[in-house]
Design a protein around this ligand. Structure first.
Ligand SMILES: O=C(CO)[C@H](O)[C@H](O)COP(=O)(O)O
Length: 235
């Protein structure tokens, strides 16, 4: 089925383009979000047609696990493999140095584990995700263990951030991550040094992981619509 909404169309094309990069016999990191949902679907299609064989996926969330099962992509765990050949994952912001903000789906902790382990990390985004500077549009998601939410909130305010507890949709109360934690979405006036900010945030006791991904992406595929037609280019 082909999407008609332009953003969905971009996500579909770029998700499919990334699925075509996967070779038979690969161990594949399966990202989270609406773009990688298309990747997982196309991986399943390629497996069903016999064009692709013997791949196993490592999911980065319950969402990607459920989708992989739905589309027939066999799964494994990090305990059973010694490497990941390729990881394909979305992002909420991408800067010109290929630094990312991730975690729109509150999956950034598992995503960071899988994406950093991969020999090749391919990012799939629609063109609306490209920014000159991280933090321009999207807040930085920070996963926090629940008992530390107050001191972590205070520490982030001391750093000049504006934290907001992420609330559930169709669920009363805060979002609970796949690990059972809370997420603070933190706005900063300007992120001048993402490398340093990533470390500083992770050094606050009670923080599990934040959504700044630096020096990690190998390839960024960008979906665009040109003259009404979806095209994919490499950043
Ligand atoms: O980081 C993520 C989930 O934690 C997603 O990859 C990111 O939010 C992009 O999602 P989408 O493809 O739906 O725009």
């Amino acid at each position: 089925m082909t999407a008609t909404d332009p953003v969905k169309l971009m996500k579909q094309e770029v998700g499919k383009a990334a699925a075509l990069l996967v070779k038979s016999g690969s161990i594949v990191g399966l990202g989270t979000g609406s773009t990688t949902a298309y990747t997982i679907q196309y991986l399943g299609d390629r497996l069903k047609s016999g064009e692709l064989k013997d791949i196993v996926g490592i999911p980065t969330s319950f969402q990607s696990e459920v989708l992989a099962k739905e589309y027939g992509v066999p799964l494994t765990t990090l305990d059973a493999v010694d490497h990941i050949d390729i990881a394909i994952d979305g992002a909420d912001e991408v800067d010109p140095q290929k630094n990312l903000i991730k975690g729109g789906g509150a999956a950034h902790t598992r995503e960071k584990v899988v994406d950093y382990l991969a020999s090749q990390f391919v990012v799939v985004v629609d063109s609306g995700k490209l920014v000159d500077r991280l933090g321009s549009v999207f807040a930085v998601p920070v996963e926090v263990i629940p008992m530390a939410i107050t001191p972590v909130t205070n520490a982030i305010k001391q750093l000049g951030g504006k934290p907001e507890l992420r609330m559930g949709v169709k669920k009363a109360g805060p979002v609970i991550t796949d690990q059972g934690n809370f997420v603070l979405d933190v706005r900063f006036d300007s992120i001048d040094d993402p490398v340093n900010l990533e470390k500083i945030l992770n050094n606050i006791p009670g923080v599990l992981e934040n959504g700044i991904f630096v020096n990690c992406a190998d390839v960024v595929l960008v979906g665009e619509v040109v003259d009404g037609q979806p095209v994919v280019r490499q950043l």
